[in-house]
Ligand binder design. Structure first.
Ligand code: IVH
Length: 763
């Protein structure tokens, strides 16, 4: 065949048509007709032909899904018709009221409802003009959204051109972008393998992917799309939701397979219950049912409120619960000695995973719920909140159930070290008072080695436990004296079935330890676990000090306290006591480092020879951004509060603080601060949380709220105190009150648990 232009154009058109058809069969209908090999052949031919005839390349050619360079930013574009959200409900009575309202509003005409699964993804609006995809917008604030066209084009199930011979002038298809459960797991697996942060859930992964400015990266994310609504439409007459679903089919736009219709309230309820029994088997996450009046004319009649149509409702499923038997209660010892009771359960399936443990928070909580060993308990996973024991099924209580008494359960001593325990009323908790308690040492070591501290990868969990158990580490700084030969033969298993750490891992860990020596001051301040010092405060303290000795007697911190009208503690320059004075014997190690957590610390007497640096002046502190002058002329602290400042000064004036300083010096460790080191010190900073607003509620086990807030901000996110429409995530810790979660549910704000939150932080 002669290669003339017409022939080429014809062949190109044929190839594109074929590839589009096969894309549709494969990605939309899941009914492929040809092998991957045959498909690849078609695709390659198209690509080569286009390469030879670049003037014949069209925007909607299948080769043009990923085109162009990364964007600088997304354009904000007005929606032709606002993207409304839906009113949420959790209960049948509310649904009844909705139905009554509809019936009344239609004055005699009977409604027909369409019930669809509520997809847990990110809503999107795709504009097709004359059948060609021209624009994709996110929901944004409903009135205007981000133009993410380049990203959406990379989704293989999105047709770049509608399958219709005479397309309507304008057709806006609205739906949800999501990641399938399996696609999400694969993506996370890949990210772990590459040492990247995991996504907390499929929805976050989807939202994060759409925010990427480089479409080539988006193309690698397993995104998919399902359509369920229309926006601006001209050139066709659409009468109902059922019409629309048919139209989607004919256009090659993917829609959900599952839907039901209902005429009465009972049918409505039955459909919703039906959906709840099957939705876990869907390949994607759903969190409710959307009920819509089918007829568009009736929708007009019913109208809308300021932010939601009155003809539709989202019914959200209550958090899943399961019943199981509480076999026993174990006690976990935390870094500062706090004892947390944990329910050990008969394993039970709940929301797609097997649950064998749930937190019991504290003694009071157990008493309040009257939870006893042997009880049948109801556990719950609300959204992604860590499973918690909600209540006891009293009718199933065995006759021999025993009331749980925290203290006698652990024989009035720490379950880890057998040491003395005391009740800490401030934390509604019992606390192990033995600073050398192996469990505490392990937790402190893990904290020391954490990514946002000294980043000693692999020095967590089992390795930390073995090091402490085998007596190689009694306090975190001991890691700097570990040797290759000790580490290589470190037994991570048991005496019966040993499992060695190995030479390679040992070398890797030693390299990480070596790197830790020069980690910035802020990382070190964080690693030391000084009370009230979290990631953000460590960052700011690190930023304004040259080195750790300067922090110990800080003129800045004292200046801050003085200027803000707080008492200034006495400081203590490190006494150049010979290092040999340090208690050397193994048995005594560990004692020194963290006695600080105990209440009464004898303060060493001040050294006369060493002068205390001058307090920094308020003017200078304002310049440093650490102090603000209020209208009334008073100075107030900003990023480093008086509590933190006092705590830091006290820490370094205490015996432990002094010992740490001396030991670090002996080890030749001199972490550097200052602005230059500050950026690096942020470590896990970035903009991964940019544009997200968090609200924190309840108690987090791993950090206090200030630290959590600081971490969020360090990653570009915002923190708010109350849940609103602008909230992206409600982080629910333990003992979360109902108010915030209810408000979150009302507004459709996602509730995440601590684990998910930590995952977002990259821990
Ligand atoms: S219909 C006027 N159908 O839920 C609103 N929405 O809270 C038309 N969603 O923003 C929306 N699955 O992102 C509709 N089958 C479905 C849906 C669905 C998920 C989302 C959508 C919307 C939110 C409403």
């Amino acid at each position: 065949m002669m290669e003339n232009k017409d022939n080429v154009a014809g062949r190109l058109e044929w190839l594109r048509g074929e590839i589009r058809r096969h894309d549709r069969l494969y990605y939309v209908e899941a009914k492929p007709e040809i092998s991957d090999f045959e498909y690849d052949g078609l695709y390659r031919e198209l690509r080569e032909l286009e390469k030879a005839h670049p003037e014949l390349v069209t925007e909607d050619s299948p080769t043009q899904r990923v085109a162009g360079e990364p964007l600088d930013a997304f354009k904000t574009v007005q929606h032709s018709i606002p993207m409304m959200s839906l009113d949420n409900t959790y209960d049948a009575d509310d649904l009844r009221r909705f139905h009554d309202y509809v019936v009344k509003g239609l004055a005699g005409k009977k409604p027909l409802y369409v019930i669809e699964p509520k997809i847990d993804g990110v809503s999107i609006s795709l504009r097709y003009e004359n059948g060609v995809l021209v624009q994709a917008l996110t929901r944004g604030n409903g009135k205007q959204g981000d133009d993410v066209t380049a990203n959406i084009r990379t989704i293989p199930s999105v047709p770049l051109r509608l399958f219709v011979d005479s397309p309507p002038e304008v057709f806006e298809a609205r739906g949800e972008v999501f990641m399938s459960k399996s696609g999400f797991l694969k993506l996370n697996g890949l990210r772990i393998a590459r040492g990247e942060d995991e996504f907390a859930n499929a929805r976050n992964a989807t939202a994060g992917s759409l925010k990427q400015l480089d479409p080539r990266q988006v193309a690698e994310r397993p995104l998919d799309i399902l359509f369920y609504a229309q926006g601006d439409v001209s050139g066709i007459d659409l009468k109902s939701q059922l019409d629309l679903l048919d139209l989607f089919d004919s256009y090659g736009l993917k829609r959900q397979a599952w839907y039901r219709t209902a005429e009465t309230y009972d049918e409505l309820l039955a459909a919703i219950q039906d959906l709840n029994t099957v939705r876990n088997s869907f390949p994607y996450d759903t969190d409710g049912a959307v009920i819509k009046v089918n007829d568009f004319a009736q929708r007009e009649q019913l109208g809308m409120t300021a932010h939601a149509p009155s003809w539709a409702k989202a019914y959200k499923y209550a958090p899943e619960q399961a019943e199981t038997i509480l076999k026993t209660i174990t006690i976990q010892v935390g870094r500062t000695g706090v004892l947390t009771p944990v329910a050990e359960l008969e394993p039970v399936a709940l929301a797609g995973s097997t649950i064998a443990r749930a937190t019991l928070h504290n003694e009071d909580e157990i008493r309040r719920k009257d939870i006893r060993i042997g009880d049948t308990v109801v556990i719950e996973k609300a959204g992604e909140v860590i499973p918690a024991v909600v209540s006891v099924v009293m009718s199933k209580r065995p006759a021999d159930s025993v009331e749980f008494d925290f203290v006698s359960h652990i024989d009035n001593k720490c379950p880890s070290c057998g040491g003395k325990i005391e009740r800490d009323s401030q934390f509604v908790a019992w606390r192990c008072m033995n600073i050398q308690c192996p469990a505490q040492v392990v937790r402190r070591l893990e904290y020391f080695a954490a990514r946002n501290a000294l980043d000693l990868e692999s020095l967590g969990g089992v390795v930390a436990e073995s090091l402490v158990e085998r007596g190689l580490v009694a306090e975190p700084l001991d890691v700097f004296e570990l040797r290759q030969d000790q580490l290589a033969v470190l037994n991570l298993g048991t005496d019966e079935s040993p499992r060695m750490f190995g030479a390679k891992n040992a070398a890797k860990l030693l390299a990480a330890i070596e790197r830790a020596r020069t980690k910035p001051l802020a990382s070190w301040l964080q690693a030391l676990g000084i009370p009230d010092v979290g990631a953000a405060t460590a960052y700011h303290i690190g930023r304004v000090h040259k080195n750790i000795r300067e922090v110990a007697t800080s003129g800045v911190l004292r200046g801050l306290l003085a200027a803000s009208g707080n008492p200034v503690p006495e400081v203590q320059a490190v006494k150049d006591k010979p290092v040999e004075d340090k208690p050397k014997p193994k048995e005594q190690k560990g004692q020194v480092l963290f006695d600080f957590f105990l209440e009464e610390q004898p303060k060493p007497t001040a050294t006369k020879e060493l002068p205390t640096p001058e307090m920094t002046t308020p003017t200078k502190l304002v310049e440093l951004g650490l102090l603000k002058r209020r209208n009334d002329g008073e100075y107030v602290t900003t990023s480093i509060g008086p509590k933190t400042a006092t705590s830091v000064l006290d820490f370094f004036a205490s015996q432990i603080g002094q010992d740490i300083l001396r030991r670090m010096e002996a080890l030749g460790i001199d972490p550097q601060g200052g602005e230059d080191n500050a950026t690096e010190a942020e470590g896990t900073t970035g903009n991964s949380l940019a544009g997200k607003t968090f609200v924190l509620t309840g108690t987090l086990a791993s950090m206090d709220r200030d630290t959590a807030s600081a971490k969020i901000r360090a990653l570009g996110g915002n923190v708010a105190s109350s849940v609103s429409r602008n909230t992206t995530f409600l982080v629910a810790g333990a003992n979360t009150g109902a108010k915030k979660t209810e408000r979150a549910a009302e507004l459709g704000v996602q509730v995440i648990d601590e684990e998910a939150f930590l995952a977002m932080l990259g821990n």
